[in-house]
Design a protein around this ligand. Structure first.
Ligand code: P1T
Length: 394
């Protein structure tokens, strides 16, 4: 597996895990569209037997993403949820997990409606308070799980501090790095045991693939994940691996523009606060974010995700939010994030609808909360679109 941590991410994104193909010299890794490999006789294979187990296109992607995260091993999956579920299958009935309390709705659903049935228990804690993780650890705790920034409230978790607590308790720490991508945050370097991504998002960046990956430098965890990848079988197809590799080549470039546009949009939104429609803007790059200092320390840029809260006026916040989402023309009302095109969504009724209402409200996922994934279009066009949509709110 290729990991060359001396090279910069812009170089690794293009070259890591992608030597010229040995037979023809093809500079781009071929798409090995094959389910099986011919053997000379039983056992007479060339290291490839069956594509659930090994596929050269998938291996190239895994080596590439491992290098970007500064890890030794990458294990690719058919979706971010498949990556999450496979990691959780390293645990057994009776085990306990400590997780941040603001998670992608689908991750919460895996914990609550899939893994709990198999005997796991989960305690959710405020990710902004590292000590809370230590306080929640029990004798049967086997894993700590965080997203940072969280989806959708953009809370930050101090990875280095939580990693220290986990090391003291000899527990693995998994960080979902989807909102940052390897270009903006390096959880392994901060002490995490494994990083998970929905590659559907920034890593691929073109809204044409659903995928996931886990990266770790822990050989035992890698061995177990590799076993489970094959045994459970939630593997990505070779064409999807090819598309993610193609997308990842421009990841560092794209992230620069996402950050630039994200900051400009967040400032514009914040300038609307006090005019009756927008109550609050949440963006780690704004000094008003309660963890702005941690953002500048832990992240190489603030990213392209912004959440904002629509106030109630003559109409309730829910109606005003729905009106805005119906009125956007350039920005698309859709689930997902991290693509070149800007997307806007309403977490309470879309991405986080699987979280019970009482819990959503306790967390702050209110009816007026809107999440914006700022793409790489021209910022003036994005602001103009949102401005005309805001004008239709009442
Ligand atoms: O959609 P999938 O590739 O299975 O990835 C799941 C996932 C995991 N982790 C985070 C932080 C995520 O945001 C997601 C998927 N999120 C969305 C689809 C969304 O719109 O928030």
């Amino acid at each position: 597996m290729t990991t060359n941590q001396k090279q910069h991410i812009e170089t690794l994104a293009i070259h890591a895990g992608q030597p010229a193909e040995p037979v023809t010299g093809a500079i781009t890794p071929p798409v090995f569209m094959t389910s099986t490999y011919v053997q000379d006789g039983p056992g007479g294979h060339k290291g490839y037997e069956y594509s659930r187990t090994h596929n050269p296109t998938r291996q190239a992607l895994e080596a590439n993403l491992a290098a970007l995260e500064g890890g030794d091993f990458g294990v690719a999956f058919a979706s971010g949820c498949a990556a999450t579920t496979t990691i959780l299958h390293t645990l057994s009935a009776g085990d306990h997990v400590v997780a941040g309390d603001d998670l992608y709705g689908g991750t919460y659903r895996i914990f609550e409606r899939v893994m709990k049935q198999l005997g796991l228990t989960v305690t959710y804690v405020d990710p902004m308070r590292p000590a809370a993780f230590g306080e929640a650890i029990r004798a049967n705790t086997k894993l700590v799980w965080v997203e940072t920034p969280t989806n959708p409230l953009l809370k930050l978790c101090d990875i280095a501090q939580v990693a220290d607590i986990c090391k003291g308790a000899k527990l693995p720490l998994v960080v979902d790095n989807t909102f940052m991508s390897p270009a903006l945050q390096s959880p392994l370097a901060l002490g995490a045991t494994a990083v998970v991504h929905s590659t559907t998002k920034y890593v691929n960046g073109h809204a044409d693939v659903v995928g996931g990956v886990v990266v770790t430098s822990d050989p035992q965890l890698h061995e177990r994940l590799r076993f489970l990848q094959n045994a459970i079988g939630a593997v990505p197809g070779p064409m999807d691996c090819f598309l993610v590799m193609r997308g990842v080549k421009t990841l560092p470039l794209r992230m620069e523009r996402h950050c630039q546009n994200g900051l400009a949009m967040a400032k514009w939104l914040e300038a609307q606060v006090g005019r009756g429609l927008i109550e609050r803007v949440i963006y780690p790059g704004l000094p008003s974010h309660p963890q702005h200092e941690l953002a500048t320390r832990q992240m190489k840029g603030p990213g392209g995700m912004i959440s904002f809260v629509v106030a109630s006026g003559r109409l309730p916040a829910l109606t005003r939010s729905v009106n805005i989402l119906r009125a956007v023309k350039l920005i698309a009302c859709a689930e997902s994030l991290g693509g070149v095109e800007s997307l806007i969504e309403h977490p309470a009724s879309m991405t986080h609808a699987s979280i019970p209402v009482a819990q959503r409200e306790a967390l702050g996922i209110s009816d007026g909360l809107i999440r914006l994934s700022v793409g790489i279009e021209h910022i003036d066009d994005l602001i103009a679109d949102l401005a005309q949509a805001f004008a239709t709110a009442d």
